[in-house]
Ligand binder design. Structure first.
Ligand code: F6P
Length: 320
């Protein structure tokens, strides 16, 4: 029986992580469990920075970006020694269940803790939307909205100056932010790691647009698909159009969660507590067909999540 639960956030922060932490804490207290917050991700866990959480510990955070528990990318958690230290810290507090809010790298740490006898549940928190088995990850919707807002501002200046803008967005090896934002803002071209691209063709497309009177172009590049500066320089050579490169960077990770992310995070955090109460372990919560379900944790590293080719083709068809 799990009666002491801890929650940590790990990896890159994502808007909505706070809402997930709040849900874990309040749902646990509702069910009369003791709940603890681990600060600074796995790094803090190894250093035993663990504090008892009360209802008020998570007051006024549901709408805030970042993570009140803070986060880290912790290499030591890849080592047997680090994992043993982390498990010992939890045991010292009598904690037997851990909720890990983060990406697939963070789930590897959770799996290691399961080998030390702890019950672990993953909650997908990453703006990249790159976790297999869940249709959405916490923070993705907010990041897409941030990109759309930024690109619509760039569009104003792009059309005033008749320029092409190459906009690099985050997403490591996953083009979902670029794809969703590109479709939502009507980008002329979306360059993502999942689809091979030909810069000559893209250059010709820009030229066709210029010929029919278009006064700007927006090219969204996912960071994993190539260097935006090099792509910009090459397109300038091919199409001869004046261009500028904007790298949106970490602005995409900040800001208040959208309503969709705050609700998703809240439902996922609560589901994680239910899972631990029901004796589950090595599972992750997942958004699936408008429901929140449980999936095996190792599914997250089984393969890359499927890419929505239909959405990509639609964006392409509409940007002729
Ligand atoms: O995984 C989330 C993410 O924002 C990726 O999109 C990006 O490549 C990476 O984190 C950046 O990591 P860091 O904040 O460590 O530079």
């Amino acid at each position: 029986m799990v009666n002491k639960i801890a929650v940590l956030t790990s990896g890159g922060d994502a808007p909505g992580m706070n809402a997930a932490v709040r849900a874990v804490v309040r749902k646990s207290i509702f069910h009369e469990l003791e709940v603890y917050g681990v600060y600074h991700g796995y790094d803090g866990l190894q250093r035993n920075i663990i504090r008892r959480m009360e209802l008020g510990s998570v007051a006024d955070i549901i709408h805030r970006g970042g993570t009140m528990l803070q986060t880290a990318r912790c290499l030591a958690m890849l080592t047997g020694e680090g994992q043993a230290r982390a498990a010992a810290a939890l045991r010292e507090h009598g904690i037997s269940g851990l909720v890990v809010v983060g990406g697939d790298g963070s789930y590897r740490g959770a799996q290691a803790l399961a080998r030390h006898g702890l019950r672990v549940v993953g909650v997908p928190g990453t703006i990249d939307n790159d976790i297999l088995g869940t249709e959405l990850t916490i923070g993705f919707d907010t990041a897409v909205n941030t990109v759309i807002e930024a690109v619509s501002k760039l569009r104003d200046t792009a059309s005033s100056h008749e320029r092409a803008f190459i906009v690099e967005v985050m997403g490591r090896n996953c083009g979902d932010i670029a794809l969703r934002a590109g479709l939502g803002i009507g980008a002329e071209t979306i360059i993502i790691p999942e689809v091979p691209y030909d810069l000559d063709e893209i250059g010709q497309k820009i030229l066709r647009g210029v010929k029919r009177g278009k006064n700007h172009s927006i090219i969204i590049v996912a960071e994993g698909a190539g260097d935006a500066r090099e792509i910009g320089a090459r397109l300038h050579e091919i199409a001869g159009v004046e261009s500028r490169v904007t790298i949106l960077g970490h602005v995409q990770r900040g800001g208040s969660p959208t309503a969709a992310d705050a609700v998703l995070a809240t439902r996922m955090g609560a589901k994680a507590v239910e899972a631990l109460m029901n004796g589950e372990s090595e599972v992750m919560v997942a958004a699936w067909h408008n429901d929140i379900i449980l999936r095996p944790l190792d599914l997250a590293f089984a393969e890359r999540p499927p890419f929505d080719r239909g959405m990509y083709d639609l964006a392409d068809q509409l940007a002729i």
